[in-house]
Design a protein around this ligand. Sequence first.
Ligand code: FES
Length: 170
Amino acid sequence: MSRIPLPYNPKVMELFRNPKNLGKLDDATIVAVAGNPACGDMITFYLKINEQTYVIEKAQFESYGCAANIATSSIVTEMIKGLTLKATWTDITWQKVTEEIGGLPSVKFHCGVLAVGALKRAIRKYFNAHGGEPAWMPKENTFEEKQALEEEELANTLSKRLKSEEEKSP
Ligand code: FES
């Protein structure tokens, strides 16, 4: 069966082919992963944070997701460089990232949501490891963080189901 290619815009294709800030960051202050290695849709953010000013000095990523995930993660790393953690938290939403990239096919919105979910997880993780969450950070997970968790739970359920089907088959 042939597949119809998704209508990605040229900016998405360019960032997919030549992603900026791709790869591990050895001097990262915080590293956060979102997604599920079992299904391959996984993203890791590496942030180098100035611990006096809370400014993000460097941001890199690794992604095993699709073109939309790679492109959105790449643009996220560009958008957040030089921002404080607070500004990053409040300004970077999946809608803004999707807009910045020139739009995504609606079936691919969740890939951008996953990228922002990983970013917010990294920021929350940083504060949890450094004296607790600040007053401006909501106690409850944001939409993007919840979506990342849901995708992880769904992927886990599917991979368990597949494993048990495999074990049952002769
Ligand atoms: S990251 Fe899974 S389909 Fe895009």
